[in-house]
Design a protein around this ligand. Structure first.
Ligand SMILES: CC(C)(COP(=O)(O)OP(=O)(O)OC[C@H]1O[C@@H](n2cnc3c(N)ncnc32)[C@H](O)[C@@H]1OP(=O)(O)O)[C@@H](O)C(=O)NCCC(=O)NCCS
Length: 189
């Protein structure tokens, strides 16, 4: 599988030692503020197994993120194909960091590496990012990545109970230039 390096971070395979800090993050109501609920340690562990299986199978996905200077695991960032029941298709970028890792530019730095991988190694014409309309920190990451939002893409996620978490926004960024030097397709019909 691919391992991505940035100035301060490495996006790498998941390790057993990530499981406890990952479970602690997923039990933090602030980290899970824009999700329907916090995760039990069992569900948190199951997500690690799923993420690593995806990385093993296709070489990319939700990578574990580590701060190189300290060796500290701080969460995940990466790329994943949109779920079938979403009103869009394509590959999504996403991020979730422990609260202590917020406010350092780590999410944007890690996601920039994931986007570069997606455009250059996977030749994706476009990368999306989706979050609740209320998750302004995540939307700020999207804008820092050069992604843009069209209100016409906003949608209600019917998998989420009615309430403030149901409305979602979609941000998009197109690959600058395709390998053939042509501007890539940015929107599907
Ligand atoms: C979404 C999330 C990853 C954003 O984290 P974040 O720390 O706000 O975003 P970044 O890592 O890009 O950091 C940007 C901040 O670091 C600051 N910063 C500090 N040092 C920096 C540096 N060296 N380089 C860049 N930015 C730096 C920036 O000024 C910015 O601060 P601001 O928020 O006060 O404007 C985080 O809030 C999170 O994990 N939330 C819970 C999970 C979640 O909701 N995920 C998204 C679901 S779709």
């Amino acid at each position: 599988m691919a391992e991505l390096r940035t100035e301060r971070l490495v996006l790498r395979a998941w390790r057993d030692s990530d499981r406890d800090p990952w479970a602690a993050m997923n039990a933090d109501p602030e980290v899970r503020r824009y999700f329907p609920d916090v995760l039990t340690p069992e569900l948190s562990d199951a997500s690690v197994r799923r993420f690593q299986a995806d990385l093993d199978r296709r070489g990319w996905g939700w990578w574990a993120v580590e701060v190189v200077s300290t060796g500290e695991f701080i969460g995940f960032t990466g790329l994943d194909p949109a779920e079938d029941d979403m009103p869009f298709t394509g590959v999504e970028a996403g991020w979730r960091l422990a609260r202590t890792a917020w406010g350092h530019g780590y999410a944007t730095e890690a996601a920039q590496a994931a986007l570069t991988f997606g455009f250059e190694s996977l030749a994706l014409p476009e990368i999306l990012a989706v979050t609740t309309a209320t998750n302004l920190r995540s939307q700020a990451v999207m804008r820092r990545l050069g992604m843009t939002h069209d209100p016409a893409d906003d949608f209600d996620d019917v998998n989420v109970p009615a309430g403030p978490l149901r409305r979602n926004v979609v941000y998009r960024r197109a690959a600058a230039l395709g390998a053939a030097g042509r501007r890539a397709v940015t929107r599907r019909p």
